[in-house]
Design a protein around this ligand. Structure first.
Ligand code: SF4
Length: 251
């Protein structure tokens, strides 16, 4: 039977080869001290469409102005927006954080998400993604950083690299990529693969001008293969030279 390039067994092998190759280049990232899940969620919400630096500035300011989530929950949307403005989209992010805090208090009686530890991966993701502004990626990133869950979060770098390597289809959305890749990531290595693919995306497989010459994954890369095929098809046209031969006189 012919296996296509994304058959389960090939995908599993490719992801293992990728995880091993990245480990050789970048090592095994250490898992940070587990964050409070609600803190991790708010940080992830703030990180949307901005840099880690600006996310951290906004989160620190939020914590400075509102020492606990009760105080943040009681604040006006405007006050929250001013606190988080360095992360950009201040009003939108403030509205989402405030609405989530209010829901959490109403539904669970306290401003804590630690009860999620008792839930399965699917239940925890489903509960978080019910809320506006919390997509699959935000839920996965939150749970991945705040717990030991073996969840593989797909961000913009990982989606790009997975597409280039042919691990997902050209039309696979980042959301869909979670379910297409997750089951085939080597067990217990989702966090490591996530962090190391980010490192690859930031240093070598950049969005513009990937440094394929420095990459260890050229042999399994569809993008690289296609690039080579296009380059080899570009046969230069022969130069036109004037025909200097004398034409034979017509009779
Ligand atoms: S060969 Fe190039 S495009 Fe493919 S993964 Fe490596 S850097 Fe990215």
């Amino acid at each position: 039977m012919v296996q296509n390039s994304r058959s389960p067994s090939i995908l599993r092998k490719k992801l293992l080869r990728l995880a091993d190759g990245l480990r050789e280049r970048f090592g095994v990232p250490s898992r940070p001290r587990r964050a409070n899940i609600l803190d991790a969620l708010v940080q992830t919400l703030l990180s949307q469409s901005t840099t880690d630096h600006n996310r951290n500035l906004a989160f620190n300011e939020l914590k400075k102005q509102f020492p606990d989530w009760e105080a943040a929950s009681a604040a006006t949307q405007g006050a929250l927006a001013r606190a988080v403005r360095s992360a950009g989209l201040g009003n939108q992010k403030a509205a989402r954080i405030r609405s989530f805090l209010h829901w959490l208090r109403d539904e669970h009686g306290e401003l804590s998400l630690e009860f999620l530890k008792e839930k399965s991966d699917t239940q925890a993701v489903e509960l978080l993604t019910r809320h506006k502004g919390i997509g699959i990626k935000t839920a996965y990133v939150t749970l991945m950083w705040a717990s030991d869950r073996d969840l593989f979060a797909v961000d913009v770098h990982i989606h790009r690299i997975a597409g280039r390597l042919g691990l997902i289809g050209a039309k696979t959305t980042p959301e869909k990529a979670h379910s297409e890749l997750g089951p085939f990531v080597p067990k217990g290595r989702a966090f490591e693969l996530h962090v190391n693919m980010l490192a690859l995306g930031r240093t070598i497989c950049k969005a513009r001008s990937p440094k394929c010459g420095e990459c260890d994954f050229r042999r399994m890369c569809h993008y690289y293969r296609e690039l080579n095929r296009k380059n080899s098809n570009q046969v230069p046209e022969p130069k036109r030279t004037r025909d200097k031969r004398r034409r034979a006189p017509k009779n």
